[in-house]
Design a protein around this ligand. Structure first.
Ligand code: ZN
Length: 278
């Protein structure tokens, strides 16, 4: 058997609505229920955004606190990763939930285009978010939308702004950002190993129909995977995904095919050198 594979479920995101797929969890109680099912299916990290009642994105720390409390109760041990990226804008409200001390938070270290806007991550905001993560003992996941973001993570690590070896996620297939390209993917993997060592952990996410493509590439190449309704609401061209858990099960099947055991939450915490659950 190969090394264990961590499955991260990105349950909600800031974009998909119930009009796109009624299974997208919006309220905190829907998010907890959807995550619980995904946790039982094999996910060990929950990547979460929160929403307002009208489905617009929110960065309200109280909503994040309620979600975190519910997940700790119903999915004990699961790694909680809160998003600092979901909302447009470049203000410090994006990091307002970090004092909650989630296990992890996403950290975008550079800017790029999104389908309809600039995903703005100015250097002073990035530096502040990284400093808050150190202050509150939150392990960042570096969202690499571009090759330069991997190099920026190395500079920040060398400067002590990122404490542990950066855990990089390659995000591919977002319109106007890096497309899904096999040669680029291979170069990303090679670059992470060159900069951070052969045993550096990394993961990958693909958007829309490319979710399953990136799941397979990452599993076959020794990385970890992200799935979930944030990135993709369909099971196939014709069929909507019934739940986050269904997308997790699809990733589990690929892992089985490549003889990679799916990491339990406890193994995932060891692999990522995270503290024991609270
Ligand atoms: Zn996200």
């Amino acid at each position: 058997m190969g090394k264990s594979c961590i499955i991260c479920v990105a349950i909600t995101g800031s974009v998909p609505t119930k009009a796109a797929n009624p299974a997208v969890p919006i309220s905190i109680s829907e998010q907890i229920e959807s995550t619980h099912e995904a946790f039982e299916a094999g996910a060990s990290i929950c990547h979460a955004h929160v929403r307002n009642d009208d489905e617009t994105p929110s960065s309200d720390p109280e909503k994040f606190a309620a979600l975190k409390e519910g997940l700790e109760k119903h999915c004990p041990g699961m790694i909680i990763q809160l998003s600092t990226g979901g909302r447009s804008g470049a203000g410090k409200e994006r990091g307002g939930m970090l004092p909650l001390r989630p296990d992890m938070a996403s950290l975008s270290v550079g800017s790029n285009n999104f389908p309809t806007r600039v995903y703005e991550n100015p250097p002073d905001l990035v530096d502040w978010l990284a400093a808050e993560m150190i202050k509150f003992d939150v392990r960042p996941e570096i969202e690499a939308f571009d090759l330069s973001h991997i190099f920026r993570a190395r500079e920040m690590h060398a400067a002590g702004q990122i404490k542990d070896t950066p855990y990089v996620q390659f995000v591919m297939g977002v319109k106007n950002a890096m497309p899904v390209d096999r040669a680029v993917f291979d170069f990303y993997v090679e670059t992470v190993k060159r900069l951070f060592g052969d045993d550096a952990e990394w993961c990958a996410a693909g958007v829309g129909p490319n979710q399953i493509v990136l799941n397979e590439w990452a599993i076959a190449s020794g990385g970890h995977v992200r799935t979930g309704l944030e990135d993709n609401v369909r099971l196939s061209r014709e069929e909507l995904a019934a739940s986050n858990a269904q997308l997790v099960r699809r990733a589990v099947e690929i892992a089985e095919r490549y003889e990679r055991p799916v990491a339990t939450w406890s193994e995932a915490r060891d692999i990522l050198r995270l503290r024991a659950p609270t």
